[in-house]
Design a protein around this ligand. Structure first.
Ligand SMILES: NC(=O)CC[C@H](N)C(=O)O
Length: 698
């Protein structure tokens, strides 16, 4: 078998291939486009396209596609073959620069949230040269942005690239103020930890809820869950190990830096974490990772569940977004430096993040909002819906000392007062971690833990980048005009701490008392559900900030709000309809069949000897009959609630009604069904139970 360095990235048209396959002039030109966003000449595009095609064909590809990320949250592709007829009746393989740069898929069925009428079918895809092309099966995939005829972004990549640019622009202003003139650009990087569940395909196929909605809508608590913590970091079972091995290989071939793998807390739950990379590429890679995780699972007779809460009562799956800011010279701007001066710069960037997270709590919360994640947040080791920041003891002390103007007694005794030359030297905060915090500083990066496992990381990073860009802009505006740089800097840092310290919380985020303190004493936002937070996307302050940095136009924001709410409504309605179907056609008939058996047994006993007690059958029969009726009634009530929702035309109202009535009715139906499950003979139960699913992979 080949060693990993020998095959790593073998399916990627990466820098190594470009260097080898392109002339020096074409390579230089392309690099300028990749690194500095320089416009690409058509002759260069033609040369790149020809080289890409030759390379792809040599690797067995027959087709190409513009690969993009519409607002469905998953990726999209439409394959075209390279063939072109030749006069002799045969074909040649062709691919032009024009085809590389721009595509015009008839993409009328993607959600556009009113940005485009369906008769304006045309959408454009435009090559994103900053993310390498790659081969998937027999298709050359070219990462692209996707926009409408009128130029509005219809995808997640375009605003992400814009937000990275906004942050770059403002961070550069700050670096110049600190005399950092060598840095050419600042990029954000991300390493998204991906949690998932693996169950057997055979069991999966038997459950309509898993097939239609990705999560279980029924299921009584199994005798054993995660209480022993024996699965977390436990020995990986052979079937799972074989899966992870193939998954790693496939990811490595695509140049994806899969690094860490382990069992997670819940039974059947696992995690994969890559090494961090530029946010744009990390986003593409995470989409690919999710796709490949699911494909490889099927080859192993397994199904990979990426839902945030596939099983009630045990841990859900998150995607922890490890975010940092790095210069092209390789300096991590969120890493405390060696000198007080470097630390002043670090503190300013730190403050920019604190201010951003506080000012735009709502945007961060809504960037991770989906029907699925609503079930996860605030339960079983997932952060609550209240956004707060964990800094750790040392940084906290530093900030407190600056605010109070008192002695910082950490590594050195230093007076925290005006002037960067006396800002303290302090150690990197590497020791403490806080898993309960939605937004935790971990020494040289922030871990945003609210993302759900199926979320595209684009949305969260768009909001994070933009919000931090805004803080930096406020700082740069002030510092550029300052008469005394150091005084102004110190005053600004101090003011940020004063104004925003209510967002810093180093305690236990799972504690109920924290939620009370956060909302009642500190005035932090607590948007528990998607309909609670999503409309705030259009709040004036948010529209102003996002449009001023040119990350979104107002029309694009309106469309996203509409699409996200629509997605929420559709998701829950599919779940409700699946529940009604399963209750009526599977659960109630199963209970009824068992009731009949109980009745027959009791009658048969009495026939043998009327003095025999049939209390076991009688009691059970009564209980089950009551539940049977309850199930039928509650399924009917749920159906009525769904029908009422369908009458509503306005998307917000629809979402509110789903939140306030449909979800409640779903919960009631589930309770009756789950209770029936616990007293119905196993052989009658129509589908695999939680015990089967969670402990089924050997
Ligand atoms: N151990 C952990 O990190 C648990 C995280 C948890 N699964 C989540 O939903 O975020």
């Amino acid at each position: 078998m080949k060693s990993v360095p020998d095959f790593f990235g073998c399916k990627v048209f990466d820098d190594r291939v470009m260097k080898a396959k392109l002339s020096a002039a074409v390579y230089q030109s392309l690099r300028k486009t990749i690194d500095e966003g320089a416009k690409l000449d058509i002759s260069v595009a033609n040369a790149v396209a020809a080289a890409m095609k030759d390379w792809a064909v040599a690797h067995g590809a027959t087709h190409y596609t513009h690969w993009f990320q519409p607002l469905t949250g998953v990726t999209a592709e439409k394959h075209d073959s390279f063939i072109s007829p030749s006069p002799d009746g045969g074909v040649i393989m062709e691919f032009s620069g024009k085809e590389l740069i721009k595509g015009e898929p008839d993409a009328s069925s993607f959600p556009s949230g009113g940005l485009r009428a369906t008769f304006e079918a045309r959408g454009y895809t435009a090559w994103d040269p900053t993310s390498y092309a790659f081969i998937k099966e027999k298709t050359l995939c070219i990462p692209t942005a996707f926009c409408s005829y009128g130029g509005e972004a219809l995808d997640k990549k375009t605003p992400l690239l814009r937000s990275m640019e906004a942050l770059n622009k403002q961070a550069m202003r700050i670096l110049h103020l600190f005399g950092n003139d060598e840095v050419k650009c600042v990029r954000t990087s991300v390493g998204p930890e991906q949690e998932y569940f693996l169950i057997t395909k055979e069991m999966y196929e038997q459950r309509k809820d898993l097939r239609f909605t990705g999560r279980t809508l029924f299921g009584a608590k199994p005798p054993k869950g995660q209480e022993m913590d024996d699965h977390y970091f436990g020995v990986i079972k052979p079937k799972v190990a074989a899966y992870m091995e193939e998954l790693n290989e496939e990811l490595w071939k695509l140049g994806i830096l899969a690094k860490t793998e382990h069992n997670e807390v819940a039974p059947a739950q696992h995690e994969l974490a890559p090494i961090y990379t530029t946010t744009n590429i990390a986003t593409d890679h995470n989409q690919l990772t999710m796709e490949i995780m699911q494909k490889v699972a099927v080859k192993h007779g397994l199904v990979c569940l990426l839902h945030e809460k596939p099983f009630a009562g045990v841990n859900g799956s998150g995607k922890h977004n490890n975010w940092s800011l790095t210069t092209d010279k390789g300096t991590n701007l969120l890493s405390p430096g060696e000198t007080p001066y470097e630390n002043a710069q670090f503190l300013l960037f730190l403050c920019a993040v604190i201010k951003a997270v506080d000012d735009y709590q709502d945007l961060l919360r809504l960037s991770v909002a989906t029907a699925g994640n609503d079930h996860r947040l605030g339960a079983n080791e997932a952060p609550p819906a209240v956004v707060s920041i964990f800094l750790g003891d040392e940084l906290n002390e530093v900030l407190e000392a600056i605010e109070e103007g008192t002695l910082y007694t950490g590594t050195e005794k230093t007076q925290m007062k005006l002037g960067v030359d006396v800002l303290p030297k302090f150690n990197r905060d590497t020791t403490d971690r806080n898993r309960t915090s939605p937004f935790a500083f971990t020494g040289n990066k922030f871990e945003f833990r609210m993302l759900g496992s199926s979320n595209s990381i684009a949305c969260a990073n768009i909001m994070l980048n933009s919000a931090v860009a805004e803080s930096l802009k406020v700082y740069a505006d002030r510092l550029e005009k300052a008469e005394n740089f150091e005084d102004t800097l110190h005053a600004m840092i101090r003011k940020t701490i004063k104004d925003h310290k209510h967002i810093i919380f180093n305690g236990n985020g799972y504690d109920e008392t924290w939620i009370l303190e956060a909302t009642e004493k500190r005035g932090l936002l607590n948007y528990r559900t998607t309909p609670d937070c999503m409309p705030h996307l259009l709040d004036e302050k948010n529209v102003r900030m996002l449009t001023s940095h040119k990350v979104f136009s107002e029309a694009e924001l309106r469309s996203r709000c509409e699409i996200m709410l629509d997605n929420y409504c559709k998701t829950v309605l599919i779940e409700a309809n699946t529940m009604i179907d399963m209750a009526n056609t599977e659960i109630d008939p199963a209970v009824s069949a068992y009731v009949l058996e109980l009745a027959k047994t009791a009658a048969a006993k009495k026939e043998v000897d009327t003095s025999i007690s049939c209390s076991y059958e009688a009691v059970l029969l009564k209980k089950l009959t009551r539940l049977e009726e309850q199930i039928a009634v509650r399924a009917e009530e749920l159906k009525e609630a769904v029908m009422k929702v369908e009458e509503i035309k306005e998307i917000r109202e629809e979402a509110y009604m789903i939140r306030d009535t449909v979800l409640g009715k779903m919960g009631e139906l589930r309770v009756a069904c789950d209770e029936a499950e616990t007293i119905t003979a196993k052989k009658y139960w129509p589908f695999p139970t939680y015990s089967d699913l969670l402990f089924g992979v050997k």
